[in-house]
Ligand binder design. Structure first.
Ligand code: F6P
Length: 530
């Protein structure tokens, strides 16, 4: 079954038209003029999607540019590429794998049918994979319920890194309001023993459940931490590994060989950074329970259906992904700041960094040809209002323009008077200040304004709305990667450092610097000096 040919963005007529339009406009687009000229601008550039309202009107874009961007998507075959993903084609071409993380959120009984597009006429329609998904999900949720009811387990420790850490950690923090009281959640990712030691000193083996989360069950950091926690557990008199350890992995055989018999599997068609919907989400399921986890999946599924079926012009992931391309490749912006105005979303920027930068931080196209344009922007950020008192100075008056993505939640879940209104007022004010500036003030008090932002608004922060927000982000990364003509689903760029670390580690003991560059050799000797 052939994966549809994709036209690389820069080779399309729409790309050239966008370049020409940008040049001939003299780069003069101004948001203040755009709002003055069009009282309907907010309505025209905002939309609802499942659980998320998005105001895109404060972006440096007009109707003509947006139309050209939609044309770019069409000419790049973004819809066919999306349909190929939903049809189960092996769109992760460098690893010859399908990309099916959306299947993890698909209900067992559903009227929508994937895998039966014109591309894939096979009759099975991914039903085998879906059955596996639900068998594992049911088992994992039953286990999560048992852990929730087990009062002796007070501490759940997730040992994992990258996608096996960032997603579950971010979601457990985000859904704290929905979390069962009486259990503490810890996330240990770093090979730095300081992190693990700081957690272990508060634990008792009889009250602790260790979740060893690793898609491959080979990642050096996770294996080191897993060995250390097992040693610690046994040294502290712990004995029942089956009760106190579970592995979340595609590599069940290696987990068994490690001595863990309680395992929850997943599949090679789930990328690590897309895995929090799978068994890797077990800490989330323990925290928020079966109903909460199913709501989380349902919110994401609603966004999947939106992405799969909404016309390009009303398709929020498509609109966000195309804006990302516009900013990166035509306006030359190289970063995006994430500003969640909800303290529970404090790990959202870190999670999005992996999602965007590991997916789209690529320098060659599908054929391995070097790209003549930029890809993934740098993502960074902190919760509002904290960021305002740190780096927002640069956003308002620095020399670089950084598009900001605000994420706000209309309803709070606390009853502390005044706080939430003040928080929301700050979010609105920052977006407003970026746009309107303070142009009549001179010198140091001058704000140029015309700085772009997107405002994503959730009604409430719930499992369902968080699921939808995350699926939205996954799909927007898909769209920009699709236009760039890259494989968003591999991550070869993380391999070299792993190989070199394996070579260097024994040299720290032996002192052998043969074949090393001068700087590495010098530093290694410095580290060995007593
Ligand atoms: O090193 C990067 C990476 O491969 C990520 O893609 C992945 O999420 C992380 O490591 C952890 O991998 P694993 O789940 O196999 O331990």
């Amino acid at each position: 079954m052939a994966v549809p040919t994709r036209a690389r963005g820069d080779r399309t007529a729409a790309w050239r038209a966008l370049q020409e339009a940008y040049q001939s406009s003299g780069h003069s687009f101004d948001l203040r003029d755009a709002f003055a000229a069009d009282p309907q601008r907010f309505a025209a550039f905002s939309q609802s999607a499942p659980h998320v309202f998005a105001d895109l009107s404060k972006n440096l874009i007009d109707a003509a540019t947006q139309a050209l961007l939609f044309e770019l998507a069409r000419q790049c075959g973004v819809e066919a590429h999306r349909d190929a993903m939903f049809a189960g084609e092996k769109i992760n071409s460098t690893e010859q794998r399908a990309v099916l993380h959306y299947l993890l959120r698909k209900p067992a009984v559903d009227h929508t049918s994937y895998g039966q597009s014109a591309i894939n006429s096979e009759a099975n329609g991914l039903t085998h994979e879906l059955a596996q998904v639900h068998a594992t999900l049911d088992a994992m949720l039953a286990y999560a319920q048992a852990v929730r009811l087990d009062a002796a387990i007070t501490d759940v420790v997730n040992i994992g890194i990258g996608g096996s850490d960032l997603g579950p950690q971010m979601a457990v923090l985000a859904l704290d309001e929905f979390t069962l009281p009486g259990k503490r959640f810890h996330f240990v990712s770093n090979v730095d023993g300081h992190e693990l030691a700081a957690v272990l000193k508060h634990l008792k083996p009889q009250n602790t459940l260790f979740l060893i989360a690793s898609k491959t069950f080979t990642t050096a950091e996770t294996m080191s931490n897993a060995q250390s926690v097992r040693r610690w557990f046994e040294a502290q008199g712990g004995s029942d590994i089956a009760r106190h350890f579970a592995a979340l992995t595609t590599n069940v055989a290696t987990a068994n060989a490690f001595g863990i018999t309680t395992t929850f599997g997943f599949w090679d068609w789930v990328g690590g950074r897309y895995s929090l919907w799978s068994a890797i989400g077990l800490p989330i399921a323990i925290a928020i329970g079966e109903a909460g986890f199913r709501d989380f999946l349902a919110g994401a599924h609603a966004m999947d259906e939106h992405f799969r079926t909404a016309p390009l012009t009303q398709n929020l992931p498509v609109r966000l992904g195309l804006l990302d391309v516009w900013y990166r490749n035509f306006l030359g912006f190289s970063s995006r700041s994430i500003a969640p105005y909800h303290s529970a979303l404090k790990r959202l920027p870190a999670y999005l960094q992996q999602l965007e930068m590991e997916s789209n931080g690529k320098r060659v196209d599908l054929q391995g040809q070097a790209l003549p344009f930029g890809t993934a922007p740098v993502l960074w950020g902190e919760p509002g209002t904290n960021g305002q008192h740190a780096y927002f100075q640069m956003l308002h008056q620095g020399t670089d323009v950084v598009p900001v993505e605000f994420v706000a939640v209309r309803k709070s879940t606390h009853d502390l008077p005044g706080h939430h209104d003040r928080l929301l007022a700050n979010a609105l004010a920052q977006a407003q200040a970026l746009m309107v500036g303070q142009v009549d003030a001179g010198g140091h008090r001058h704000f140029p304004g015309n700085r772009p932002s997107t405002f994503l608004l959730l009604e409430e922060l719930t499992p369902a709305s968080l699921g939808a927000l995350l699926a939205l982000q996954e799909h927007r990364v898909f769209v920009s990667g699709s236009v760039w003509g890259i494989n968003s689903f591999d991550q070869w760029g993380v391999e070299l450092g792993k190989v070199l670390a394996r070579d260097i580690e024994p040299r720290l003991h032996s002192g052998d610097v043969a074949g090393l560059d001068g700087s590495t050799a010098g530093l290694l000797q410095k580290l060995r000096d007593k």
